[in-house]
Design a protein around this ligand. Structure first.
Ligand code: HEM
Length: 486
């Protein structure tokens, strides 16, 4: 027998179809608790959407260790081959708002929460190994240039390219974004990357710089610009539908997880600054080493509870894994938990999707809006003589050497560091067909810029990356702009 309908305080509801009125055909009564409660709650159903990566899809699964990495990290969830750890992964697009279409040219987020026995470890990456900028102070401006213009209320190619024309370090990621992988066919058919350099530290204290790679076992599949435009119009929820339906049918997507490891002593002399997020470490320098397997095998029961309320933060580390001096990562260590306090409130870590599962949180943080785990009568200060939780005195990560003066410094330049070399390498790696499509995609976007000075500022970057890349793109942009003038 079905349960009886109640108000939020548990009282029975007599009529859920007709509002209470003062007489037949008369005005409504404010004493109608069911009506007032329903309308008021409905007005509050939405919470602020994420300022970036608002549109996303999530799934539960597990991570399994397949290879011994104990010489490199003491992280408990990685310490035994065959060990499984529950995970939740949220995929996303970046620029679009909550209702935006999935099939668009945009990086994809790849945010992973490992529910480890030493607390939750969040790896908040993308489907690209690099990023557009390398200093967090530029992030709000960069994102503003990609989103809607304050006057026109629409996305503007002028703004996008105006910003990039002053940020030559974006060229590597721009080349990636306008290439074939710029529009994945689905979340299942793309790789994930930690992108930043992180630190691993082993039980014996030896430390490594590490980069994560999640290679899809579904194969890479992408859409070209026309296919994407059609799909985005027909089914704005194409990525969501694909992921949800695959998992419902028991077709569980998997990724093989690799790392690149650099002994910390090699960082200073490496040809690229290893903490520069606009650069990769070529695999010929630091080969991929397999670590494990990621499997997604369970859909969220409730999208709001598990996907919208999920909060991933790059500062959620576990012992054996830590930060690097990458400036972008350093900025992110602040930005995410701050966003969560705004978007979800100070007690967001108590929500079941965010709370630790393989261990419990014990600390002296208390109260605030919607506190559920209040700590009861336990003392709310430390140290105390009431057998409250205590610090371990065991450092989580290895110390990093620093020197010099404070100041707004540019990142240190290593031998092969410039803004263009790796973008050129990426172009030269592409087949002729891939290069053709890259040029067409870029020319289509730059060709729609209305300001000559923006186009003139940006084209030299492509020439600097590769002579052929620059020459072909310039010709294609000119052809489009001349055709527009006719
Ligand atoms: C300094 C640079 C950056 C800043 C300040 C920044 C800031 C943010 C903020 C405020 C959010 C929304 C968080 C929330 O409301 O839950 C977010 C989401 C996200 N960011 Fe960043 N971001 C930066 C760079 C990056 C980079 C380099 C990557 C990838 C390598 C990345 C990946 C993501 C992902 C995947 C999400 C969505 C997380 C989710 O699914 O909930 N971001 N970012």
């Amino acid at each position: 027998m079905s349960k009886i309908l109640t108000t939020e305080s548990g009282a029975p509801v007599a009529d859920n179809q007709n509002s209470a009125q003062a007489g037949i055909g008369g005005p409504l009564l404010i004493q109608d608790q069911q009506l007032i409660e329903k309308l008021a709650r409905f007005n509050r159903e939405r919470i602020p959407e994420r300022i970036v990566h608002a549109r996303g899809s999530g799934a539960h699964g597990y991570f399994e260790v397949t290879d011994d990495v104990t010489p490199f990290t003491k992280a408990a969830f990685l310490n035994t081959v065959g060990k499984r750890t529950d995970v939740f992964l949220r995929f996303s697009t970046v620029a679009g708002n909550l209702g935006a279409a999935d099939a668009v040219r945009d990086p994809r987020g790849f945010a992973l929460k490992f529910y480890t026995e030493q607390g939750n470890y969040d790896l908040v990456g993308n489907n690209t190994p690099v990023f557009f900028i390398k200093d967090p102070i530029k992030f709000p401006d960069f994102i503003h240039s990609q989103k809607r213009d304050p006057f026109t209320g629409a996305g503007e190619a002028d703004n996008v390219w105006d910003y990039w024309s002053y940020s030559p370090e974006s060229l590597h990621q721009v080349t990636w974004l306008f290439g074939d992988r710029g529009i994945p066919a689905s979340y299942r058919h793309m790789n994930g990357y930690g992108s930043h350099t992180y630190q691993w530290v082993a039980e014996d204290g030896s430390a490594y710089w590490v980069k994560y790679h999640f290679k899809t076992n579904q194969g890479i599949r992408c859409l070209d610009a026309d296919q994407a435009a059609e799909l985005a119009g027909q089914d704005p929820d194409s990525h969501q539908r694909d992921l949800h339906q695959a998992i419902e049918r028991g077709i569980f997507p998997t990724w093989t997880v690799y790392v690149q490891l650099m002994p910390v002593a090699e960082a200073a002399e490496y040809r690229f600054n290893p903490f520069d997020l606009t650069k990769v470490w070529p695999h010929s320098d630091y080969p991929l080493q397999r670590v494990g397997r990621l499997v997604l095998n369970r859909n969220p029961e409730n999208v709001f509870a598990e996907v919208e309320q999920a909060a991933f933060s790059p500062n959620n580390f576990v012992p054996g894994i830590g930060a690097s001096p990458d400036k972008m990562l350093q900025g992110r260590l602040f930005a995410y938990a701050d966003a969560h306090r705004y978007r979800l409130g100070v007690n967001h870590t108590q929500l079941s999707i965010n709370a630790p599962k393989a261990t419990e949180a014990h600390n002296y943080g208390r109260d605030g809006y919607a506190a559920v785990n209040t700590g009861g009568r336990a003392k709310n200060y430390e140290p105390n003589s009431y057998d409250g939780p205590r610090q371990t005195d065991a450092p989580l990560a290895a110390p990093t050497a620093v020197s010099g003066w404070t100041g707004t410094h540019v990142a240190p330049q290593h031998a092969k560091d410039d803004d263009f070399f790796q973008a050129g390498e990426l172009y030269r790696l592409m087949s002729k067909g891939e290069q053709d499509r890259l040029i067409a995609n870029l020319a289509g976007s730059i060709g729609s810029v209305t300001r000559d000075d923006v186009v003139e500022r940006v084209l030299p970057f492509f020439h600097a990356a590769d002579a052929d890349y620059g020459r072909r793109l310039e010709a294609a942009v000119k052809a489009i702009r001349q055709a527009d003038e006719v």
